[in-house]
Ligand binder design. Sequence first.
Ligand code: GAP
Length: 457
Amino acid sequence: MNQSDLMEKIISLCKRRGFVYLSSEIYGGLANVYDFGPLGSLLAKNIRDLWIKKMVQERDDIYLIDGSILMHPKAWEASGHTVAFTDPLIQCPVCKKRFRADHLEGWILEKDNQTGEWKILEQGSLTCPDCKGELIPTVKEFNLLMATEVGAVAGEKMKVYLKGESCQNIYLDYLPVRDTMAAQIPFGIGQIGKAFRNEITLGKFLFKVREFEQMDIQYFCAPENADKVYEEWKKIRLNWYLEDIGLSKERLRWRQHTPEERIFYAKDAWDIEYKFFNDFEELEGVHHRSDYDLTQHGKFSGKTLDYFDPQTKKRYVPYIIECSGGLQRTFLSVLAESYREEMVNKDKRVFLKMKPTLAPYKAAVFPLVANKPELTKKAKSVFNVLKPEFMTLWDDIGNIGKRYRRQDEIGTPWCITIDYQTLEDDTVTIRDRDTMKQERIKCSDIVQYIKEKLNNA
Ligand code: GAP
């Protein structure tokens, strides 16, 4: 399938079937801001749940937090974001559209990470990509942080920022987590939290949005162990995308940051990239951040954030290994990976071949026809048994073939039909999304059947 077509098909499916809506669409929408609809909320929740299960529940060295969106403004000074969290911007004088200069053809820029200033190394094309007007080669620094105010009294309001990256309150909570949990290094703090950025690039659907969630682990370790810990986390995180999310090996790769793009304090930085459609693009950053974060917050807050190691009797500022992935990008990767089209009896079948653990609904229950009360009654009793166990849908509209297609398109792994034979022998057909094969099983076995399939998937 042509990859640009695939993106269009996924966007259309997302809207049509309630995965993703443009935010405030009745007012014309808000650019680069999206809502998860009923189906999307469930897929997003399943991704979050799986991340927490694998990264927190199944380990004994990661503590989960859920930090606030608003933080003390000094935190963003300490992190360098108020100065250096900038993109270089060129505005077309004709159509007024803004573009990232470093994304325009032939332009090479270098950022001073201390001051946030951009230096033009090579000036490329001066043709506006949109209206073909002539661009003026003036680059403006554009800060990505979103500001708001706290306080009710005019004149006494304090300017604060919405989190530009979710990890920052992990650094601020490092001390209370360490103390309240009696945590000993090495340990990590995990969080799935919102981040807000005034992104300039438009039209990349969920890939680049202004409000998104980051799934973060910040792992605190002794300086001398950091290189080893870094390699371990690189393996763990790639494996998560392969084994748990179900992305294919061929569409995943590692890319190391070049010395120019690597933030000045990082010892090393690699991104996990996924081939969403045409190109490989960043899914998660796994970065070796040295002791920069805790040193900075220690300096700006005046608190001692160093650690006394009871075993080695050494005192040090912990090094941090960061694994920061995006929920929206993982969501998009699941759709890109799982979208399938095939011809079945001259009809096109669209189905989402995603891991059953991620599927929004695990099962759908159909009475063979809607106008036979005895079938509906029996189907409702099956439905009521399944609902407390799994997200289950009811569908009695149209013929069974159409109902299968509707479920295929949203990735429901198992469809259960209650027919006349059910009334005689208490068995149902259960149909598999991927193979379309049907089996007859006892009503009393359905829950166990699905549980086993989910565990084995
Ligand atoms: N604390 C490190 C950090 O924020 P980042 O590379 O800017 O690093 C980490 O972001 C991850 O967050 C990215 O790999 C990506 O998955 C996601 N992300 C970043 N900006 C995004 C955006 N505008 N829209 C959607 N996801 C985004």
